[in-house]
Design a protein around this ligand. Sequence first.
Ligand SMILES: Cc1ncc(COP(=O)(O)O)c(C=O)c1O
Length: 379
Amino acid sequence: MKNIQLFVPTYNIDECLAEIRECLEIGWTGIGFKTNRFEDAWKNYTGLSNAHFLNSNTAGLHLALKLFKEEFKWNDSDEVITTPLTFISTNHAILYERLHPVFADTDDTLCLDPESIEKRITPKTRAVMYVGMGGNAGRLNDVIDICKTHGLKLILDAAHMAGTVFNNKHIGHGIDCTVFSYQAVKNLPTGDSGMICFTENEFDTKARMLSWLGISKDTYSRAKGNYKWLYEVEYVGLKAHGNSIMAAIGLVQIRYMNRDNEKRREIAQKYDQYFYGISDLKLIEHLDNCISSRHLYQIRVPENLRDEMIVYLNSKNIFPGVHYRSNTEYKMYKYALGTCPEAEKVSREIISLPMHLRLTDDDVQYVSETLLNYIKENH
Ligand SMILES: Cc1ncc(COP(=O)(O)O)c(C=O)c1O
């Protein structure tokens, strides 16, 4: 019997190879060439005014905080409000800049609860890191308002949100900085890469310098000029820019993303139909102003059944995941354990069911019925 995995990326292999071949033939695999084209393709697709291609979303979150910290003269230990329910990149990025993560609680959308954010604001708060869980924007409109009212920078970790439509536009509009991931299992899979999108042009320009060690012009534009060797180094920057091989894959995958995300939404709807109305299960709330990219299909099950249920599903060749263990359980964030009771409870209840483009209707039926049988037998 076949294994049904949580994620299986699907690539348009021949087209990807043709794009990569172009890089290899002209001898340009680094920054410039395809990275510029992919940035244009992303701006075109999303309508966002800036997009800078990076080697990961993690680097982008770090870069956003680094830039804002320097520009607005934040001090070490200034506070960034964030979520415990995320991949650790979100919170590590805060620590990289010697800022202090203050955890707020989540709501039924699995995103940050705006009321909890407000309660955590102090005179030292500088920014909010918001995660669009599984592609869901949650109550982001309220969070945008809170940030405006309190003069806080809003950084959106949109690792799951390639293709999410929010307030009738692609996600990212009206947010200070949005960071996407094109890591191997995301909705727009490359190998490893990401995109940082600032609302203000000035930050985009600076991000381009900072992502290449602080050098003021990238290799590609220098190679066009007469004085290629004469460049300035404005900052002690990072090595975080993307390369043309990853961009080549991205250029192909983006053409299919709407179709792919539609398929993801159909799978989610099918799961919903199996689980709707089952008293032991809780579906994740989605608001009407968001069409989720459906990176994940998550569901809440009784806490006492969750871990054994995963073992049982594994025995039936089904391999779900958990997004995420509350970050307050990790040693570097343990100071906040107990401060976000809802997120900590949710993290013991959630399970992410297989969600990828190779799932058939029969697979979805098999996964759903196997899970429902387990619940029936163990209730
Ligand atoms: C919520 C979230 N944030 C950040 C990241 C990091 O993305 P990347 O692997 O592109 O650095 C991930 C990746 O799994 C993620 O799921």
